[in-house]
Design a protein around this ligand. Structure first.
Ligand SMILES: [Fe+2]
Length: 431
């Protein structure tokens, strides 16, 4: 059930969508079940997600421009009905581009708020109270400039409950964060189990601190979706899709006709195409012939059409599966699909495409021959599962004569084994 209300307030308008079931629940505490996380952010809007442990009779989101007086704060209220899984997605609208806001989640009934102001100062974002944070809105769409994207995958709270690389990632001050799968190792399509795994991962304090201060765009891989190396034949995949859409605050998923986690969004003059390599995938072990699919025909057509429409300087494709690195579960087992992808980019003269992936518990850069320009792939995997605790950053500078992206592979010990820059001029089909 989705309740939608619009409140015109001091500075702007919030659209608030609370999704929950309506049966009463007995929970021991009034604390939030999960610290807030920042999801999809544009130049003028920001989504903030949180989950509540019991019905507080309504939650509100307050925010203000960082550095401005308290009097400018705006807020919106929402009633939360709690049972099953109760979560709230606030969407702040009417924001200023490229502006940093502090926010906090409050109980509508201040007397019932378990954290009254006199006990803590939640405006000191990002404080450790677990219910405040900050976000910075995107630059105007299409505007050239500089910003950094952080990329990660593969984090295992069961094996590695202390995940210090998130702190290192935050120190790089990324404008946004792409989470490319194996976020949890649930290995199931059971909705309740998936919820439980995601909440446990969010209880990792450094992960939570990143997510409540950095717009995060998630994509699943096999362990978030179903069994190891699972594909479109996974039983119960509709339940996985439902859970994933519930636990994140993402742009609209899939299309009207085609389900899946795939979606696109833009930051300045860079466009991101998040690709679902699971829901429509042929089995890894299927014959490597022209019938074998990675994205499915509908998602592939959506991607090609999106690339042809895009006016962005760089177009970033992101998926859990590597183009070549994995011999067990990647595109190298899908010759037809991979050749069709390369062909679509080059035959349609789509300049400035690069590819991001995860999965293999190591991080490095590969450059692939495509029949057109070399395709740069940045593999970022194992931030909290494996030896290196590594991640990648992409720093775009599109305001120069030859727009560039600087790619750095960063290990958990602070070392930087790869630091390479790629110019748009080398990512061009030419005349
Ligand atoms: Fe993994």
């Amino acid at each position: 059930m989705c309740r939608l209300s619009i409140a015109a307030l001091w500075m702007t308008t919030f659209v608030v969508c609370a999704l929950a079931q309506s049966e009463p629940s007995e929970m021991p505490s009034r604390a939030l079940l999960s610290a807030p996380i920042v999801g999809h952010v544009t130049a003028t809007t920001a989504m903030v997600w949180t989950a509540s442990q019991e019905d507080p009779g309504g939650l509100r989101l307050q925010y203000r421009v960082k550095g401005e007086a308290d009097a400018t704060a705006s807020h919106a209220s929402v009633i939360v009905n709690v049972a099953d899984h109760a979560w709230v997605v606030f969407t702040a609208t009417g924001l200023e581009p490229g502006t940093t806001y502090l926010y906090r989640v409050r109980w509508t009934d201040e007397a019932a708020d378990p954290f009254p102001d006199e006990e803590i100062d939640p405006w000191q974002a990002p404080s450790s109270d677990g219910r405040s944070g900050e976000f910075t809105t995107a630059p105007p769409s299409g505007q050239a400039g500089r910003f950094t994207v952080a990329v990660s995958s593969c984090m295992h709270y069961g094996k590695e409950p202390e995940q210090l690389s998130w702190r290192l990632m935050r120190s790089q001050q990324p404008s946004l964060h792409l989470l490319l799968g194996d976020i949890v190792y649930a290995d199931t399509t059971d909705r309740n189990a998936l919820w439980e795994h995601h909440l446990k991962q969010r209880a990792v304090v450094d992960f939570a601190n990143l997510l409540r201060t950095t717009p995060t765009y998630a994509m699943w891989d096999d362990h978030d979706y179903g069994p190891n190396n699972s594909d479109g034949t996974a039983a119960g995949k509709e339940d996985s899709l439902r859970a994933f859409g519930e636990v994140w605050a993402l742009p609209p998923l899939g299309t009207t006709d085609t389900p899946g986690v795939f979606y696109r969004f833009q930051w300045g003059d860079v466009e991101f195409f998040m690709l679902d390599g699971r829901y429509h995938r042929s089995p890894d072990k299927a014959p490597n012939d022209d019938a074998k699919r990675m994205l499915g025909d509908e998602q592939f057509a959506w991607l090609v059409e999106g690339l042809k429409q895009s006016t962005a300087t760089f177009k970033v494709l992101a998926s859990g599966s590597t183009l070549q690195a994995s011999g067990a579960d990647g595109w190298r087992l899908y010759d037809f699909a991979r050749n069709r992808l390369y062909g679509a980019i080059m035959d349609n003269a789509i300049d400035g495409v690069m590819y991001l992936s995860g999965d293999v518990h190591a991080s490095y850069i590969e450059v692939h021959e495509t029949g057109g320009y070399p395709l740069v792939e940045v593999i970022s995997s194992g931030i909290a599962n494996g030896a290196t605790h590594s991640f990648a950053t992409l720093s775009f500078d599109t305001a120069t004569a030859d727009p560039t992206v600087r790619v750095r592979i960063i290990y958990g010990d602070g070392s930087v084994p790869e630091d390479r820059s790629f110019g748009l001029s080398a990512m061009s089909v030419g005349e």
